[in-house]
Design a protein. Sequence first.
Length: 464
Amino acid sequence: MAATSTIENWLALRAALELRLEDGGLKALLVPRQSAAVADLSVEELRQFLLEDQRLTALREEDLPDIVVRLKAGREALVADHGRVPMHGRDGHLDWLVQAPQAQNPDEDGDIDFFAMRDFHAVTRGQPLARLHRPTLGVPGCNVRGEVLAARDGRPSPFRAGPNVRLDAESQTFVATMDGRVVVSGDSLWVSRVLEVEKDVDYSTGNITFGGLVNVPGNVRDNFCVEGAEGICVRGLVEAARLISRGAITLKGGVNARDKGTIQTDGDVTAKFVTNADIKARGEVLVAKEIVSSRVYGRRVSVARGPIAGGEVCALERISALEAGSEKGARTLLQVGRDLFAELDLEAAKAREAKLREVIQSLQATLGPLTQRRDSLTPLDAWKLDRLLEHTSRLESELRELLERLQGARRKALSTQGSIELERGLYPGVVLRIGRYEKTVDKRYAGRRRIYFDEERGDIVIGA
C-alpha cells in the first residue's frame, strides 16, 4: 500500500476488510470488501492491523502470507482460531448404589400412585442408596481478542433425604434407616414400608419378599409366595399360594387353596372366606362368611356370618361361628385350649434335648479316661481337657434349663380354659376337644350353644 500514516492505513483497511468473529468469538475471519484496496497489502501491514487495530491476541503467523494472497484474490481467510471455550461447571447429581427406582410423581393432592410402578428394589437398614456429587465450578474461556467468556457454575443437586433416609455428611451418601423400598418423589429420596404390586402376583412378578407391608390389588396365583415382614393385604383371591408375615394378613377376596396353600403369621388373619386352606396365626383369625374343609389355628377363631364345616379349627381361647358341621355329617374338629405354637416350640426343644444328650454322652465317654490319667498329661493337654470339661458343664446346664422349659411348654400346650360358642348349634359328627378331653356329637343341637369343660364333672358340656 502507498506510504501514509499508520492511522490512515488502518482506516483504509477497515473500509476494505471486515473482521467477523464466529463461534462466539472463538475464531476470526477476514472478509475483503474491496479487493482493489488491498492490492498492495503486505504481510507486516496485515499483522499490525490485526494485532494493534483489531486487537487480536494471537495470529496464525505461518499462514499470514497465504492469507494476504487470499484477500487480494477477493476470498475470505481464517486469521485466528485460538479462542478458548468456557467450561461450564457440572451440576450436582446422584450415582445410584442400588437399582435406580422409577420416579413416582405425586398427583395434585400430593399422593403417590404406586400402581404406576412396575418394579421395585428392596433395601435393608443401613444400606447405602446413592452418592451425592457436589457441583463443580465453571472455567471461563476467552475470545480471539482476549475478552473473557463467562462460564456457569454447576447447580447443587436438588435431591434431599426424605423419610427413613439420612445423608451422611462426610461421604455424601444417602443411607436407608429402615428396611423397605426405595422411592423417588420429586426431589426427595425416601424409603417406604409399603410395596404396592401392580395387579396379580404371578409370573409377571415372581415371588415377593419385602421387609415392610405388601399390598396386592389382584390375586395371588397358584404356587407363588408372598413374604411381607410387616403385613400382607390381598384384595383379590388367594389360590394355592404361600403367605408369610410377622404382621397382620388381610384377605379381602378370601382364600381357596385347594389343600395346597399355607398362610402363617405372628399377627391376625382377616378373610372373607376360607376354603381348603391351612392357616396358622399367633393372633386372631377373623372370617366373614365361612370356614370349609380347612385347617385353621389362632388364639381366637371366629366366623361372623357363617358355619365351620369340615376340617379342623383349633384355638387357644375361643372358637365362635354361626354353626358347626353339616347335615351330611362332614367330620369337623373344633378344639380349644391348644397352643399350637407352644407345641412347635416343644418339638424344637425335644430335638435340642436329644442333640444335647448325644453330645454330652460323647464328651463324657471321651473325657472320662483322660480325667483318670490327668497327672500324666502334658500341660497343654491338661489345659485342653479343662476347656472340654467346662464346655461339657455348660451343655449340662443348658440341658437342665431346657428340661425346665419343656415342662412349662407341656403344661402350656393344652389347657381346659377355652370355650366354643355357636349361634345355631351343631350337627352330628362334630368332634369337640378341650385340652386333653374329647367328645363326639351324636345328635343335632339347635339354637345358641356354649361348649366348655366342667371341672367338677370332668366332662365337656354342650350348654344352652
